[in-house]
Design a protein. Structure first.
Length: 134
């Protein structure tokens, strides 16, 4: 972890974020209607997977050094795979390889953004907050 002033708070949020994602992934898809299996719904589903995992990648690359990014990516890929396994056990959810593919695309996208611009953003956020609010 980077030398953050409030590492415990960052770690706590880093535990809750994947738990929230897991809860959403395992909950019944109450927003989906029975006829929501067309191409538009499938595209939206994959987009949501990609965006979710891009945001997780961006979150964790904010707290860890670049040398750890490959571990973050690997961990997120395994996490995405576990979600699909858990979903396969539920009668109201389905496991799809396309979902895991969308997760990986999101992870690559998030890692690319982190490498190019946002890596270590939490250090800058802490500095800004301290300067702004003391």
């Amino acid at each position: 972890m980077l030398h953050l002033k409030y590492p415990g708070r960052w770690k706590l949020a880093g535990v809750f974020l994947p738990l929230i994602v897991l809860g959403a992934a395992l909950a019944p898809a109450f927003w989906a209607l029975p006829d929501d299996s067309g191409p538009d719904w499938i595209a939206m589903d994959k987009l949501l997977h990609g965006l979710t995992f891009a945001m997780l990648a961006l979150w964790y690359t904010g707290q860890y050094a670049r040398g750890s990014y490959w571990l973050i990516a690997l961990g997120l890929i395994v996490y995405g795979g576990l979600i699909e396994v858990f979903q396969s056990w539920l009668p109201y959810r389905t496991a799809e390889s396309g979902d895991l593919t969308a997760d990986v695309v999101g992870i690559v996208f998030g890692m690319t953004i982190a490498l190019l611009a946002t890596g270590g953003w939490s250090l800058r956020a802490e500095e800004w907050l301290i300067n702004r609010f003391g």
